[in-house]
Design a protein around this ligand. Structure first.
Ligand code: AMP
Length: 396
């Protein structure tokens, strides 16, 4: 990997500005899911143990200027709890208060500075704001992959003015993603599901060039089926994108990528849990029925293909997995992938908001090689786009 990690940094006695993702869900002032906090603990602990002052920078919510409801103060409490050591909270991320607090802190102590987005300069990547942040650091560590698709002062600008390193969570994410698409063991299979083709056009366009097999599932498969002349009844289907789906199929053919579509489905008349369903071959969907999950023949085909690949990259469920029994295909394929990973014969990487929920629902999120909780950044990576926060670390 052509970026520096904590292994390359001399941390002792240094003020280390660490960009983390602490944009955690909160209710009534309490953190309801600490996954993002847990992910950055190794980096914080390592810098503290090596004698650096840990100066944390993070955004929270989408404030327009200073707004108490988007303060990171309650997050500092949750972070201290997770770290099992005090976290000094500072009411501003720049200026005298921040400078005094950082100067007063001892080596090995942890400070969390207030929401960087209380200043418009963060999202604008304003050079003056970058300098104001940089005034409190000797080194910059970026541990927020999930914010790396944004070229903001705290995610990108700082890497140009301070010696810059990837934190452990960023490093793990980049290594996993590299093993997924940049440098994968072949053959590589991608599974792309979810609701709509329209949100994943760039992603599909990139994948057909890079993978050997592409299994398309979920509502978006219906548009591809319609493009092949299948009557999908009342299913979610973007009929205006049928020509685009054909173009993607053509691109795949030219690139030698095999596309797999469902050959059977679970269909129902209502979009709800246990609505009463039929299992049909794909050309037997009635005019008033919706395809809500892939059928067992389709699942068997995907699992069989999975047996012949060495790498899997997955975004999007095969069906409306929130509504049983339409979680069946997603859960079955997820379990098959997890077993192969356990056997040591598959590298499996999954990511994107609903996909993480689907893997958790299948109970195998911890059994895959890597599950990325970075929504937008993971999708942009799957689209093959350079991520500014990562590119800025690659300067050698
Ligand atoms: P996405 O955010 O694009 O990954 O889409 C995820 C959503 O797609 C989930 O909420 C699923 O319920 C939904 N979905 C998957 N398959 C279908 C389908 N056949 N019909 C309607 N919605 C679906």
């Amino acid at each position: 990997m052509n970026f520096k990690t904590l292994d390359d940094a001399d941390l002792a006695g240094k003020r280390v500005l660490v960009r983390v993702d602490l944009n955690v869900p909160m209710e009534d002032g309490k953190v309801t899911d600490a996954t993002r906090i847990d992910r950055v603990l190794p980096t914080i602990r390592e810098i503290a143990e090596k004698g650096g002052k840990v100066v944390l920078l993070a955004h929270f919510g989408r404030p327009k200027g200073r707004d108490a409801k988007d303060s990171l103060k309650p997050v500092a409490v949750a972070l201290a709890h997770a770290l099992e050591k005090p976290v000094i909270f500072v009411e501003d991320c720049i200026g005298d208060d921040a400078a005094k607090a950082v100067a007063a802190a001892k080596n090995g102590e942890v400070l969390l500075l207030e929401n960087t987005r209380f200043h418009a300069g963060d999202e604008k990547n304003d050079p003056a704001f970058v300098q104001a942040l940089a005034a409190n650091g000797d080194l910059y560590v970026n541990d927020a992959f999930s914010a790396a698709h944004r070229a903001h002062a705290s995610t990108e600008g700082l890497a140009h003015v301070l010696p810059a390193y990837a934190g452990r969570s960023m490093q793990a994410e980049l290594e996993a993603l590299s093993a997924g698409l940049d440098n994968p063991a072949r053959p590589v299979m991608a599974i792309v599901g979810g609701a709509k083709v329209s949100t994943k056009l760039d992603l599909l366009g990139n994948l057909v060039k890079k993978v050997d097999v592409l299994a398309i599932g979920g509502g978006m498969a219906n548009t591809f089926l319609a493009a092949r002349g299948v009557d999908v009844g009342k299913s979610l289907c973007e009929h205006d994108l049928v020509a685009t789906a054909r173009e993607i199929e053509e691109k795949a053919k030219a690139a030698g990528c095999e596309i797999i579509l469902p050959v059977d489905a679970l269909v129902a008349r209502e979009f709800k849990a246990h609505p009463g369903h039929r299992v049909v071959t794909i050309d037997d969907v009635a005019a008033d029925e919706m395809i809500l999950d892939a059928g067992s023949l389709s699942v068997a085909e995907v699992v069989l293909k999975l047996d012949h690949v060495k790498t899997l990259v997955w975004n999007g469920p095969f069906g409306a997995f929130e509504l049983p029994p339409f979680d069946t295909a997603t859960v079955t394929v997820a379990k098959a992938a997890a077993q192969r990973v356990k056997d040591g014969t598959l590298v499996a990487i999954a990511g994107g908001g609903d996909t993480v929920a689907a893997m958790n629902h299948a109970g195998i999120a911890d059994d895959l090689t890597y599950v990325s909780t970075a929504g937008g950044a993971f999708l942009e990576w799957m689209e093959g786009k350079p991520l500014p926060g990562v590119e800025a670390l690659r300067k050698g």
